[in-house]
Ligand binder design. Structure first.
Ligand code: COA
Length: 180
C-alpha cells in the first residue's frame, strides 16, 4: 500500500530541490571540498548516479545555482544518508533541513522504515539537525574517519512509519515551510 505522504504543494520559495544530474557534479564537488576533510572525487558521484540503483541524490538550488546536495541509499526497509552538505555561504538558512526532509520523504516513498547515518563526533551542527529529525546515537565507530582517526556516531531514526514520527515530520515541515 502506498503511504500517504504529507508532501507540501510546490513551495514558492526560491530554494528548490531536484534530482542530481551529471551536469551538477562540478558544483557538487566544489561544495564537497569546502565541507569535508575527506572528499568524494567527481567519479564517485558519477558512479552513484549512473550505476548504483539503490542511490538517490538531490541538489538544492537557489537562484539557479547549486547550493546544497544530499543522497540516500534505500535497501528494502533500510535507508542510509550517504552525504548532505550546504555551500558554506548559504548555511543557517534552513536549506540543510529542507534537504534532509526531502531525503526522508524519498526514503519513505521508496518503502523504507528505518534510516541511519554516520556523523563525526565533533560535528555538533549536523548532530543538532539530525536529532531534530528524531535521530539518536545508537553506537560509535572508533577511528572511522581515516584523515584524523576521528570516531563516527552511528545514528538511527525511530520507525519512519510510526504515527509518532509522521506527526513529528508534519510539525517540523509546517515550521520550516513557515520560516523560508
Ligand atoms: C550540517 C549542514 C548540512 C546543516 O545545514 P544548514 O543549512 O546550515 O542548517 P539549517 O539552517 O537547515 O539548520 C537546521 C538545524 O541544524 C542545526 N544547526 C544549523 N546551524 C547551526 C549552528 N550554527 N550551530 C548549531 N546548530 C546548528 C540546528 O539544529 C538547526 O535547527 P534549529 O535552528 O531549529 O536548531 C551544514 O552545516 C553543512 O553543510 N555542514 C558541513 C557538511 C556536514 O557536516 N554535513 C553533514 C555530514 S554528516
Amino acid at each position: 500500500m502506498k503511504m500517504e505522504l504529507d508532501r507540501p504543494a510546490q513551495r514558492p520559495s526560491r530554494f528548490t530541490i531536484r534530482p542530481m544530474a551529471a551536469s551538477d557534479i562540478g558544483a557538487v564537488t566544489r561544495i564537497e571540498r569546502s565541507s569535508f576533510a575527506t572528499v568524494w572525487p567527481a567519479d564517485a558521484f558519477y558512479n552513484e548516479l549512473s550505476t548504483n540503483k539503490l542511490a538517490h541524490y538531490f541538489v538544492g538550488t537557489f537562484e539557479d545555482e547549486v547550493v546544497a546536495y544530499g543522497g540516500i541509499w534505500v535497501i528494502l526497509e533500510d535507508s542510509h544518508v550517504t552525504t548532505l552538505a550546504v555551500d558554506p555561504q548559504y548555511r543557517g538558512r534552513r536549506f540543510g533541513e529542507v534537504l534532509l526532509l526531502r531525503l526522508i520523504d524519498e526514503a519513505i516513498e521508496r518503502g523504507a522504515a528505518w534510516m541511519t547515518l554516520e556523523v563525526r563526533e565533533s560535528n555538533a551542527v549536523a548532530q543538532g539537525l539530525y536529532r531534530k529529525y528524531g535521530f539518536t546515537t545508537v553506537t560509535m565507530r572508533a577511528g572511522y574517519y581515516s584523515d584524523d582517526n576521528e570516531s563516527a556516531l552511528i545514528m538511527w531514526a525511530g520507525s519512519l512509519r510510526s504515527e509518532l514520527y509522521r506527526n513529528r515530520l508534519r510539525f517540523l515541515r509546517a515550521r520550516v515551510e513557515g520560516s523560508l
